[in-house]
Design a protein around this ligand. Structure first.
Ligand SMILES: Nc1ncnc2c1ncn2[C@@H]1O[C@H](COP(=O)(O)OP(=O)(O)OP(=O)(O)O)[C@@H](O)[C@H]1O
Ligand SMILES: [Mg+2]
Length: 413
C-alpha cells in the first residue's frame, strides 16, 4: 500500500463507506429502537387493570390477552418488570407481574398473575427491525463499497495522471539531459502540465545547444592565435621545441572540444550494425597505425546504434588500451541476449580511487606520467556519452594480474 494511487483509492473508499455507514447507523438508531418502556409499560398496566376488572366475564379479543398456568418463558427484563409492578401497586392492584425477553426472537412479553391465579399474557409493543433487515443492511453496505471502489478508482486515476506523466517524462530523459516531448492531451490540468514540461524541455535544449556552440566557437577561435604563435615560435632560438610541443597539445584540446560538440549535435541514424565486423575493421586500422592490438574470440553479434558514433566510441577505448595500456586484446561474446565487448590491456590500470573519475571530461590520471602520450582527456567522456546514447553501458575495471579491462554491453539484436 505504498503507491499514491492505492492510498488515494483506500482513503476515498474509507471516507465514502464511513460517511454512509455512520448515516445508516444514525437512521437505524432513530427509527429502529422501538418505543421506550416509559410509554409501553403504563399501557400494559392499564390493559391488565381492564382485564382484572372484566374477569370473570369474557375478555374481548381487542385486548389480545391469553391465559396460561405459567408466566411466559424468557429472561426477565428487570427494569421493565419493576416499573410494571410499581405502576400496578400505585393503582391499588396487588398483582405479581413479570416482563421477559422473548426467547425465540426480538421483543418482550408481559405476564401478570390474576386473582384467580391464572397468568394473563400479552406482547409488549415492539418496533425493532426483524433479523432479515440486517441482511438488507449488509447488502446495502456492500453495494456502497462496490460503488465507492469504482468511483475511487476512476477519480484517482484522473488525479494521478499528471504525476504519472511527470514520472514517464523524467524516465525518458536522454543522455543529453533533455526531456522527451509529452503529448498535450486530456483535462485542462493535464494539458497544462504537459505544456509546461514541453516548454521546459525546449528551453533546456536551447540552453544546451547554445553552450555547445560556445564550446565549439571557443575551440575554433583559439586556432587563429595558435597559428600566429606557431609562426612566431619558428623564429625563437631557445626552447622552440617546447613551445611547439605545448602548441600541439593546445591544438589537440581545441580539436577534441570541437569534435565532442559535433558528435553531440550531429547524431547519426540508428541502424543494425554487425559488431564483429566493426571490431575487426578497427583492429585492422589500429594495427596499420602501429598499435599493438590483437583479437581474441569474437562471437557473431549485431547491435542497434549509429555507425559513425559507435565506431568513434570503440576506437577511443581501443586507442586508450593500446597507448596507456601498451598492448591490448579484444573479445566479443553473446551472453543472455547481450553483446559483451571486453578490451583488456597490460598497462598500469587506473588507481582505484580515480577510476570513477576517468569518464569526466579532461581527466588524466597523472599528466606528468603521460606527457609522452598525447591526449586531451576527452576520449572516455565522448565514448561513454555515445555508448549511453544508444542504450549501452561502459565500465572500467582493474584486472587481477595488472592492466585495465574496459567492458561495453549492448542489447543484442
Ligand atoms: N587503458 C588504460 N590504462 C591506463 N589508463 C588509462 C586507460 N584508459 C584511460 N586511462 C586514463 O584515463 C585518462 C582519460 O582517458 P581519455 O581517453 O578520456 O583521455 P586521453 O586518452 O588522455 O586523451 P584523448 O582525449 O586523446 O583520448 C587517460 O589520460 C589515462 O590516464
Ligand atoms: Mg584516450
Amino acid at each position: 500500500m505504498n503507491s499514491l494511487r492505492r492510498r488515494l483509492i483506500l482513503l476515498l473508499i474509507l471516507s465514502i463507506v464511513g460517511v454512509v455507514g455512520l448515516a445508516t447507523a444514525a437512521v437505524i438508531s432513530v427509527r429502529g429502537g422501538g418505543p421506550p418502556p416509559e410509554l409501553t409499560v403504563p399501557w400494559i398496566a392499564q390493559q391488565m387493570e381492564l382485564v382484572v376488572r372484566l374477569l370473570p366475564g369474557p375478555i374481548p379479543d381487542v385486548l389480545r390477552v391469553q391465559f396460561t398456568d405459567h408466566p411466559a418463558p424468557g429472561k426477565v427484563a428487570r427494569a421493565e418488570t419493576a416499573m410494571l409492578n410499581d405502576i400496578l401497586q400505585r393503582r391499588g392492584f396487588d398483582l405479581l407481574a413479570i416482563i421477559s425477553e422473548k426467547p425465540d426472537g426480538p421483543g418482550q412479553t408481559a405476564s401478570v398473575q390474576m386473582p384467580d391465579h391464572r397468568w394473563a399474557i400479552t406482547d409488549v409493543p415492539h418496533l425493532k427491525p426483524p433479523g432479515r433487515e440486517w441482511l438488507v443492511l449488509a447488502g446495502w453496505i456492500s453495494l456502497i463499497v462496490a460503488g465507492a471502489t469504482a468511483v475511487s478508482v476512476y477519480f484517482t486515476s484522473v488525479l494521478i495522471r499528471p504525476l504519472e506523466m511527470l514520472e514517464a517524462a523524467a524516465s525518458k530523459i536522454g543522455s543529453d539531459g533533455v526531456l522527451a516531448a509529452v503529448p498535450e492531451v486530456g483535462s485542462a490540468e493535464v494539458k497544462a502540465t504537459a505544456h509546461a514540461l514541453n516548454q521546459l524541455s525546449s528551453r533546456l535544449r536551447t540552453a544546451m545547444e547554445s553552450r555547445m556552440r560556445l564550446v565549439a566557437a571557443a575551440g575554433h577561435d583559439l586556432r587563429t592565435p595558435m597559428t600566429r604563435m606557431r609562426l612566431r615560435a619558428e623564429f625563437l632560438d631557445e626552447e622552440r621545441d617546447k613551445w611547439l610541443h605545448d602548441l600541439d597539445e593546445l591544438d589537440r584540446i581545441a580539436d577534441s572540444a570541437i569534435r565532442l560538440v559535433r558528435e553531440e549535435v550531429n547524431q547519426d541514424a540508428v541502424e543494425t550494425l554487425d559488431l564483429r565486423k566493426m571490431v575487426e575493421d578497427i583492429e585492422a586500422e589500429m594495427v596499420s597505425l602501429g598499435h599493438a592490438v590483437s583479437i581474441g574470440h569474437l562471437d557473431n553479434v549485431s547491435v542497434r546504434a549509429g555507425a559513425l558514433g559507435l565506431r568513434r566510441a570503440l576506437r577511443n577505448l581501443i586507442v586508450n588500451a593500446a597507448t596507456h595500456g601498451k598492448a591490448c586484446s579484444i573479445d566479443l561474446a553473446l551472453a543472455d541476449r547481450r553483446a559483451v565487448l571486453t578490451i583488456s590491456d597490460n598497462g598500469p590500470g587506473i588507481p582505484p580511487d580515480l577510476i570513477n573519475k576517468a569518464f569526466e571530461p579532461f581527466f588524466r590520471v597523472d599528466p606528468g606520467r603521460q606527457q609522452f602520450i598525447p591526449g586531451a582527456g576527452l576520449g572516455l567522456a565522448i565514448a561513454k556519452e555515445i555508448i549511453e546514447r544508444y542504450g549501452g553501458t561502459v565500465t572500467l575495471e582493474n584486472r587481477q594480474g595488472g592492466g585495465l579491462a574496459q567492458t561495453v554491453v549492448f542489447a543484442a539484436v
